[in-house]
Design a protein around this ligand. Sequence first.
Ligand code: UDP
Length: 197
Amino acid sequence: MNTVNILGVPFSKRTLLQTVALVQAQIAAEGKPLFHLITANPEIVMAARSDQQLETIVKEADMVTPDGIGVVLAAKWQGEPLQERVTGYDLLIRLFEEAKEHRFSLYVVGADEETNAKASQIIADNYEGVTVVGRHNGFFKPGQEEALVADIEQKRPDVLIVALGAPRAERWIYKYKSRLKAKVAFGVGGSLDVIAG
Ligand code: UDP
């Protein structure tokens, strides 16, 4: 088995680089359903214990990575060590760095309008091989959601990143999973704020 079960959550044992390779393989494949990756911190693990919907979302995810030293330590105490943390930010930056050889299209959802626009521009300008095909800030009203989902559905990005905070991003991806038509989707917490600087 490639997972370690911590309080009911199946955490991937893969390193960051192994995870990046798996995501790249998903991008390279055709005709597969959306691959929902969750980078789960201890807060998500705890919240999933009392929130049945979140528990379902985590269990149905295609991959859950240990995002936080607390998860890595819990695995160690269980006698099933995980190799390292795999955070959304680290995963994203590594995918960007390898995009010259492993090109992909990207849709950027989340953060305020200025941050989203700035981060999207910085990504497009700095990482050869990454094509930003769409973006939207994370402060949309329920009435604007349909247009956003339809836009993602039409643009079919290889990678969809969602910065709405955890577990909001995970709930959002799950809700629209069948319609998003991205190859890989994951929540990236405050990564856009970091990239925008
Ligand atoms: N965010 C958003 N819409 C919201 C709430 C938050 O786009 O309704 C964005 C926020 O601007 C930030 C990101 O979500 O860029 C992560 O927020 P936070 O740091 O609070 O989340 P966490 O670190 O808990 O995942």
